[in-house]
Design a protein around this ligand. Structure first.
Ligand code: SF4
Length: 363
């Protein structure tokens, strides 16, 4: 598939009048299958579907190591990888922790079709940016049931968006729908996920028993415009949030990354005012906010600058505080005073506009 000049500019990170947001349903340029995936009904179904549609298909021995994605340069390969679907079997059934939003990550997919410059996947799955979907959901859910059993009577929360945006590929797999149905029957389990997409319609009638919290990632206009190519617009996400709330799902917003641009206070106030103005009272009944400040690692910075060379994303280590993490791996966050100012402003504005909402954490 050829890339137009406008698309290329947006992908490189050039913004302003030239950027065009695309959030059509993802159709891969090519699909790889692990042979074992064809032993599962979903694997078979996808194989037949893409064969019928004439999408190029190839086999791969492992979804962890896919060879043959075209591209002359690393950047071209990266962009093509984001348009490549890999259908595989999830073999690692030890779930990663997912603090602070949940106890465990629920592994339904890895990789994302969008091009957010700041995305944590830049490093998390750095060398394998293709979009992997897993067909053995029954085994994944059985494992989740064991985690719930171990922790009961405590409630165990599972986050389905740790390594992908699951809504971007839901029309392909239907895995979210399966997960929502599964968790609807779990007295000790809750599902949550976050998205920057608006393709919610197929999920509105799924029985959820209020056990799934549907969150939308929202941001100030400046951040969405400059750093989130390939995602749905703010207005589309907001409209989708309304639909989801009307369908009775508990609703949440993640404001991330909280980013200090010129005029950030006004920008974030405006964002919250817009949410307040458009949301119906029923959408606000059980509303949560999660606040995550912008962070980056040195590895991420290098990859981001290669992949989006014209990005305006500020990643000057001298202006940040280094925060040590697990295994000696740290990241750059805002210095305490600046982080505190972000937090205080957001908390004050959320308190003013959504007095009944709960702020789950700021990190
Ligand atoms: Fe990353 Fe989410 Fe953007 Fe996808 S939508 S690129 S997962 S930040």
């Amino acid at each position: 598939m050829s890339t137009s000049v406008t698309q290329r500019s947006a992908l490189e990170g050039q913004t302003g009048g030239q950027m065009k947001r695309e959030a059509k349903l993802f159709v891969p340029d090519r699909v790889f299958f692990e042979p074992a995936a064809l032993d599962y009904p979903l694997g078979k179904e996808l194989y037949q579907r893409y064969q019928a549609e004439g999408v190029p298909i190839a086999m791969t021995t492992s979804h962890n190591q896919v060879r043959g994605i075209p591209g002359e340069t690393d950047v071209e390969k990266y962009r093509n990888a984001k348009r490549t679907l890999v259908v595989g079997v999830r073999r690692t059934l030890t779930f990663e922790p997912s603090k602070p939003s949940a106890e465990y990550a629920l592994p339904l997919a890895t990789g994302c079709t969008a091009h957010c410059h700041y995305c944590y996947l830049n490093t998390n799955i750095g060398s394998r940016p293709y979009v992997r979907v897993y067909v053995n959901t029954d085994e994944i859910f059985q494992r989740a049931a064991r985690y719930m059993e171990e922790r009961k009577p405590a409630i165990t929360r599972f986050e389905a968006a740790c390594t992908s945006d699951p809504l971007a590929i839901e029309h392909i797999t239907g895995n979210l729908q399966r997960a929502i149905r599964f968790f609807a029957d779990q007295p000790y389990g809750r599902l949550r996920f976050v998205t920057k997409f608006h393709h919610v319609d197929p999920l509105l009638d799924v029985p959820h028993n209020k056990h799934t919290r549907f969150r939308f990632s929202m941001n100030a206009d400046y951040v969405i415009t400059h750093f989130e190519p390939g995602t749905s617009s703010f207005a589309q996400r907001l409209e989708a949030a309304e639909k989801v709330a009307r369908a009775g799902y508990p609703l949440g917003f993640i404001i991330a990354p909280l980013y200090r641009f010129d005029g950030w206070e006004e920008g974030y106030s405006q964002l919250l005012e817009n949410l307040r103005a458009k949301l119906s009272p029923e959408a606000m009944e059980d509303l949560t906010f999660e606040l995550i400040q912008h962070r980056f690692t040195k590895v991420a910075k290098n990859l981001i600058l290669k992949r989006y060379p014209k990005t305006r994303l500020e990643m000057d280590e001298t202006k940040r505080k280094y925060k040590w993490g697990k295994y000696g791996k740290g990241k750059y966050v805002y210095p305490n005073e600046q982080a505190q100012a972000l937090r205080a402003h957001l908390e004050r504005e959320i308190g003013r506009l959504f007095p009944q909402a709960r702020i789950e954490y700021f990190t």
